[in-house]
Design a binder for this molecule. Structure first.
Ligand SMILES: Cc1cc2nc3c(=O)[nH]c(=O)nc-3n(C[C@H](O)[C@H](O)[C@H](O)COP(=O)(O)O)c2cc1C
Length: 391
């Protein structure tokens, strides 16, 4: 196993014991926004098992940013929970980050401030169709300014609660990613048209966060290399966008892909857990639609170890800024390959859901492979029972 992977790393002065990040995987452990013991245990166990930086998800920057009700809003009400999370992880010798996000138009939440879901442009919101939230509203300049301030406030709260870093979610079809996607962003103002304009909102968010948290606090961004549909965000655009993030003082970029409302399994690959998704669905009409049309609506992508590596290498060749690889890490050989390709850090999802001690196991035994078979039932039951591996 590569010694490099276990060498300590410094990210804007934050000392990390190795290169491994527990990537953001919405845990589904915060009923009505209040986390239960499982959330604290999960992140403490990551720290206890040699994950250098564990990432809490979903940290909505305001109520409009919730995809549904059972997620945390990072405002004053979250302070006691965030403090407890940070303490639990620090006690075990780890570091903790939170993914700050806003869902844009992709919502079915009944907790919101704006009457209509917010997005770059007016769009049909299939996800919220049966909850009376069928169309998004094109965000006004005031909506953008207010949301930018909410990102900055959420980052400051996280810092004050003892978090070691924040991750801005610019990928997977959430709000900032909707602004980046030419298929979704049809604006004619300074936030639409060119890549520079599509990036404007994200860069304003980063600047606002930086001015709140100061110069010593790491900011990571997770973004798409590709949306994977026509007129979606492309790898060429990603390469230029990473350059802009570097110029704006972002400390590391996590390279992913896919769009939750259109190509949800592009970011994970493997089986579509349709049976479990149907069981978890609480809306009768949506349940029927999923049962009968699910197979034809949801596109399947075959899993391969390190499935994003070819694209990620192209970004790697274009910049010297710290880059985090994510996608299909299941073995020490795979990790070796990613380190050899020059990535600074590695983020892992399902292998750590299946085995919280995956890092320890591969360190002790280079032949070890994750038992995760990408059944993705951890995703299927997420909203019903919380994230859990069924193996
Ligand atoms: C149960 C589950 C929940 C996820 N939730 C999020 C999320 O909240 N935010 C995010 O950026 N990615 C999310 N993802 C995607 C992962 O962060 C990661 O990009 C993807 O699973 C690929 O990594 P892996 O092959 O190591 O699992 C989720 C994945 C899973 C399996």
């Amino acid at each position: 196993m590569s010694r490099k992977a276990f060498t300590p790393i410094s990210l804007r002065g934050l000392e990390l014991k190795n290169c491994f990040i527990k990537t953001a995987t919405f845990e589904g452990m915060s009923k009505k926004g209040v986390p239960d013991d499982r959330l604290f245990d999960l992140h403490a166990s990551m720290a206890a098992n040699d994950v250098a930086l564990t990432t809490v998800a979903y940290g909505s920057v305001n109520e409009d940013g919730l995809t549904h009700e059972d997620q945390m809003v990072i405002d004053d009400s979250a302070i006691p929970h965030l403090e407890k999370l940070a303490d639990a992880v620090h006690e075990k010798g780890g570091k903790i980050s939170i993914q700050l996000t806003h869902c844009g138009y992709f919502t079915r939440s009944t907790r919101y401030q704006s009457k209509k879901p917010l997005g770059p442009s007016k769009t049909l919101n299939k996800y919220g169709l049966m909850r009376g939230r069928p169309y998004s509203k094109s965000m006004s300049k005031e909506d953008i300014t207010r949301t930018t301030a909410d990102f900055a406030r959420a980052a400051l709260i996280s810092l004050r609660c003892g978090f070691d870093a924040v991750e801005v979610h610019m990928g997977h079809g959430y709000l900032l990613s909707q602004f980046l996607s030419p298929a979704i962003n049809k604006r004619n103002d300074e936030y639409g048209g060119s890549l520079e304009n599509h990036m404007r909102f994200s860069l304003e968010v980063i600047q606002a966060i930086r001015s709140e948290v100061g110069e010593e606090f790491p900011i990571l961004c997770k973004m798409n290399m590709e949306d994977d549909f026509q007129q979606g965000f492309t790898l060429t655009e990603c390469i230029k966008a990473v350059q802009m993030l570097d110029e704006h003082g972002v400390d590391a970029v996590i390279l992913s892909g896919g769009f939750t409302s259109r190509t949800p399994f592009y970011l994970m690959r493997g089986e579509i857990p349709l049976k479990e998704m149907v069981e978890s669905e609480t809306n009768y009409m949506q349940k029927l639609a999923l049962r009968f049309f699910g197979r034809s609506i949801i596109k399947k992508y075959e899993f391969a170890e390190n499935f994003f590596l070819d694209q990620a290498k192209q970004v790697r060749q274009s910049t010297k800024m710290p880059l985090v690889y994510v996608g299909g890490i299941i073995s020490s050989q795979g990790i070796e390959e990613v380190m050899d390709a020059g990535f600074d850090m590695i983020a892992i999802g399902r292998a750590l859901i299946a085995e919280p001690d995956f890092i320890k196991k591969i360190k002790e035994n280079t032949e070890h492979r994750s038992p995760c078979d990408q059944c993705n039932i951890c995703v299927g039951y997420l909203e019903k029972n919380g994230m859990k591996c069924v193996l």
